[in-house]
Design a binder for this molecule. Structure first.
Ligand code: FSX
Length: 354
């Protein structure tokens, strides 16, 4: 398989059938909510295109995003890597190390200058001239600045890269910032989540690799197709919220009956992500389905906004500067419902005592 082969040629050389490739395109088109017929267009476009170079940089992070990415089911990372893209640098998965690895990155950048897709996970420390994160003697901020110059677009994977995440949390000793604070002159897609849903990462990559453009974004730079609605809007426990039925502890009767986790601190009403629809582990479950409230990990400053176990009605979340109008409205409804519930609870407690 040569680097200059079209995707169609490289598939043929690998013995991958047309049928298997069509299946991959159909799954990707469905994930991206594309109209019917687009899977065939995608297959046609992809089979004629050359595999684009992808350079993946990792900075201040826990590798949870990489762990998540490798568990993508549809499309799988292997599918993307072997069929659609040329992953030319990714410390976590590449065989090369040290000088050879850095040489591979520099060669890929030179050969694909202006055309490669730059993926970054982790926040970028700018304190003390970037001394807190260096690779091969260069600071993360310098490598990013240089790599972004030759990129066609940048994808920030994970809340650390998208918004600063945990490294940026108080007291932020390293001056950690989001990628978009460094890269100002290239399109930047924020795929937030700590970690992001795996299919959301591969879905965004597949969109770019197929159409050569980034998907439509929300006001925080996140793809609307995945971040267009709150967790709360798509939560299967929503009917209980609307009825004012709230679990009070993680093991009370309400919790056992699957009631709403709002009063236990769920941040679903102010959090935008695809967890309730795409889910995790091949569509098996997501935190709320497993009995725990949403932590709000795909929102900026989620770590510093108050306790994960404090209800939105009493916490600092709804006062956050970055919440959209819909989110604030959602929180307001939640506050109302929670107050009603608390009153009902207080009333029934009083009745029990009398
Ligand atoms: Fe951050 Fe990702 Fe959370 Fe971890 O790369 S978004 S700490 S899951 O690993 O950056």
């Amino acid at each position: 398989m040569s680097k200059d082969d079209s995707i169609g040629e490289s598939l043929r050389k690998q013995g991958i059938s047309r049928r298997a490739f069509m299946k991959f395109c159909a799954a990707t088109a469905s994930l991206l909510a594309l109209p019917p017929g687009m899977a065939a267009v995608m297959a046609e476009t992809l089979s004629r295109a050359r595999r684009p170079s992808v350079i993946y940089l990792s900075y201040q992070e826990c590798t949870g995003c990489g762990e998540s990415l490798t568990r993508s089911f549809s499309p799988t990372l292997e599918n993307l890597m072997f069929n659609v893209m040329s992953l030319d640098y990714y410390e976590t998965l590449q065989a090369a190390a040290g000088t050879a690895a850095e040489a591979a990155r520099k060669t890929a950048m030179k050969e694909n200058w202006g055309k490669y897709l730059l993926v970054v996970d982790g926040a970028v420390p700018v304190g003390h001239d970037g001394a807190y994160c260096t690779i091969a003697g260069e600071s993360a901020v310098d490598i990013l600045t240089e790599a972004a110059k030759g990129a066609a677009a940048v994808v920030s994977v994970g809340t650390c890269a998208a918004f600063g995440g945990i490294p940026h949390a108080n007291p932020d000793p390293t001056g950690a910032v989001a990628v978009s604070r460094i890269v100002k002159d290239k399109p930047v897609v924020n795929v937030s989540g700590c970690p992001p849903v795996p299919e959301v990462i591969t879905g965004v990559l597949a969109h770019y690799l197929t159409f050569g453009s980034i998907p439509e974004l929300d006001h925080l730079g996140r793809p609307k197709v995945f971040f267009g609605e709150t967790i709360h809007d798509r939560c299967y426990r929503r009917p209980f919220y609307d009825e004012g039925k709230f679990a009070k502890t993680f093991d009370d009767e309400g919790a056992r009956n699957g009631w709403c986790l709002f009063e236990l601190g769920c941040k679903g009403p102010v959090t935008y992500n695809a967890c309730p629809t795409v889910k995790w582990n091949q569509g098996t479950s997501y935190p709320i389905q497993s009995g725990h409230g949403c932590l709000g990990c795909s929102e900026p400053d989620f770590w510093d906004k108050g306790s994960f176990y404090q209800a939105l009605s009493t916490g600092t979340w709804s006062g956050g500067a970055v919440l959209g109008a819909a989110a604030v409205a959602g929180a307001a409804i939640g506050v109302g419902a929670a107050i009603v519930s608390r009153r009902r609870h207080a009333h029934s407690e009083k009745e029990k005592q009398s």
